[in-house]
Design a protein around this ligand. Structure first.
Ligand code: NAD
Length: 356
């Protein structure tokens, strides 16, 4: 076995259908007495149910979380936190609501209980992305890592099948990159492989029956494992490209991950054969890249960047940006090859096997 360093982050996870009602217990464990619930209007009813369950510990609900954690929204909410004298935060929702909670925790040091409702995975990571005047900055600090996470499978039942698929393939991308990360280790690799297996199994059934609780449990379990990988593994080409394309061409986050993943897996396969073999095994496929491409098709996900609104002229610019600030990747980054990769992803062609 090769030498490795394993980093485990502190986390407490409560998992299962109906577990949101364990919130008062989790809050008491934190020693909190006045809790502010953060949400979006789509979760107003559940937020109210949680506030009632908290009884005297419930200080109020703030339903103004928005995408990309704009600093002005955080500052407005901060005033609310202070006015209420809140001593803990509860985030109920997807990555946007969790982002707001993390941004508040960074500024106040308040403890957080997070109840995720998508598969995006922010709840397990010490990563915070914020936007100020349209500019996004990302930082990594344990100060934003939630103290407690409640994965209530019931809350994912309302996530439409199509959004579930895109969100879960986004999660799968964390696991795929964790397997060949520079700092990969046997423990994150176990979690990553199991994440891919559970996400695939759950998703295929969700497509047929979105209210199947077992399938929803598999998908959420996989999302948790994938998020745990993202928390410590160093991401590479795939995440860099998704970030470049999403940011520079304003493409939808989760779908961009889904379109790119088969192609980035093909690109890195010659340099990380064991990692990609594990991906293929978890997908029950002969080969990781074609297995990921076929899975996207089965899930009805977009296969082409052009269908997400990217113009063909952007291909060269995207390849330039992808090599502009160097970062580690198992296989060297060659602009010309990346241009070919993005061109295939743009037109929706199958991934191209690479040889070194
Ligand atoms: P999101 O929170 O914006 O949710 C997407 C949409 O789904 C919203 O309209 C929301 O109201 C709706 N929704 C959420 N849960 C639902 C449910 N159960 N049923 C029906 N509708 C539901 O987005 P997201 O996809 O969860 O997260 C993406 C964001 O999170 C991005 O900004 C991304 O950068 C960030 N993110 C951060 C990290 C990190 O580690 N910091 C990790 C992953 C994602």
């Amino acid at each position: 076995m090769r030498e490795f360093t394993y980093v485990g982050l502190p986390s407490r996870v409560v998992f299962g259908a109906g577990t949101r009602m364990r919130l008062p217990e989790e809050v008491r464990l934190l020693g909190a007495k006045r809790v502010l619930i953060l949400a979006t209007p789509s979760h107003a009813e559940t937020a109210r149910e949680l506030l009632d369950a908290l009884g005297a510990m419930g200080a109020g609900i703030y339903s103004g979380a928005v995408m990309h954690t704009p600093v002005h929204v955080t500052e407005d909410t901060l005033a609310r936190v202070r006015a209420l004298g809140a001593d803990a935060l509860v985030a109920l929702g997807g990555g946007s609501t969790i982002g707001l909670s993390k941004a508040l925790a960074l500024r106040t040091d308040l403890p957080q209980v997070v109840i995720p409702t998508t598969y995006a995975g922010s709840e397990m990571t010490p990563i915070l992305g914020e936007t100020r005047g349209g500019e996004k900055t990302t930082q990594r600090t344990l100060e934003v890592l939630p103290e407690s996470v409640i994965y209530d499978v019931d809350l994912t039942l309302s996530l439409p099948a199509r959004i579930s698929a895109a969100s879960a393939i986004n999660a799968m991308a964390h696991a795929v990159e964790a397997l060949y990360a520079r700092n990969h280790n046997p423990v994150t690799s176990l979690m990553a492989e199991e994440a891919i297996r559970a996400l695939r199994r759950g998703l295929l059934r969700i497509m047929e029956e979105p209210s199947d609780l077992e399938a929803r449990s598999d998908a959420l379990y996989g999302a948790w494992l994938a998020a745990s990988c993202l928390a410590t593994a160093e991401m590479a080409l795939h995440h860099k490209l998704a970030h470049v394309l999403g940011g520079s061409f304003d493409l939808p986050h989760a779908e961009t991950h889904a379109v790119l993943l088969p192609h980035t897996a093909a690109y890195n396969a010659p340099a990380a054969p064991e990692a990609l073999r594990r991906v293929a095994t978890a997908l029950e496929a002969d080969d990781a890249a074609s297995g990921l491409f076929a899975l996207n098709a089965r899930l009805g996900l977009p296969q082409a960047l052009r269908d997400l609104g990217m113009h063909e002229e952007g291909i060269g610019r995207a390849a330039e940006l992808a090599v502009k600030s160097p970062y580690w990747n198992p296989r060297p980054l060659v602009e010309e090859e990346l241009r070919a990769l993005i061109a295939r992803a743009w037109s929706g062609d199958p991934p191209q096997p690479h040889e070194d």
